[in-house]
Design a protein. Structure first.
Length: 181
């Protein structure tokens, strides 16, 4: 469900010149528990980033469900990863709502939210896009990039998981991420 380039403050999406080092970067957002978490806090440990929103009808809950299964399949190696769910809908996804929503998935998944500006900044740094889509009245949904970013111990882009990839491929990519030095 990739969205058009206009989705994040008129920023371009990936181009042929994008390199692995162009994806990811500095951030500091609030967890579903009210604490701050930054990229510096994750240095030395691989992490994964998924952009989504709690009112998503399909892609987000499916991805988080599959991620929960992948973490279980990794066994003790899953403890070496920090999975992050960054909301692209900070208007509705309050700290309390994120905590409640994520309670249905693996407890290691950390929900992150920020202001509209902070959300746009982290999305830009990951080349992720999102946009609000009116549904009528005051209701809306969000179109957003639907991949999981794999970030190595040094904070560099390692690989990605597309939500349509076979489960065995997802597990193999996560195992490679954990094993990478």
């Amino acid at each position: 469900m990739l969205t058009p380039p206009a989705a994040v403050a008129q920023q371009p999406t990936e181009t042929a010149s994008t390199t692995a080092y162009d994806i990811g970067g500095r951030f500091s957002l609030t967890t579903q528990h009210g604490t701050q978490l930054s990229d510096a806090d994750l240095k030395g440990k691989p992490y994964i980033v998924f952009f989504g929103f709690t009112h998503c009808p399909e892609v987000c809950p499916t991805t988080l469900f599959e991620l929960t299964g992948a973490l279980a399949a990794l066994g003790p190696d899953a403890d070496l990863l920090t999975p992050l769910f960054v909301t692209v809908d900070p208007e509705r996804d309050t700290q309390e709502y994120l905590a409640s929503y994520l309670g249905a998935f693996d407890s290691r998944i950390i929900g992150l939210s920020g202001s509209a500006e902070e959300t746009a900044a982290i999305a830009r740094s990951f080349k992720a896009t999102y946009r609000k889509v009116p549904l009528g009245g005051d209701d809306y949904t969000m179109d957003h990039t639907a991949i999981i970013y794999l970030i190595d111990r040094e904070g560099q882009f390692f690989d990605k998981i597309d939500y349509r990839e076979d489960f065995a491929v997802q597990i193999e990519k996560l195992r490679r991420l954990v094993a990478a030095k």
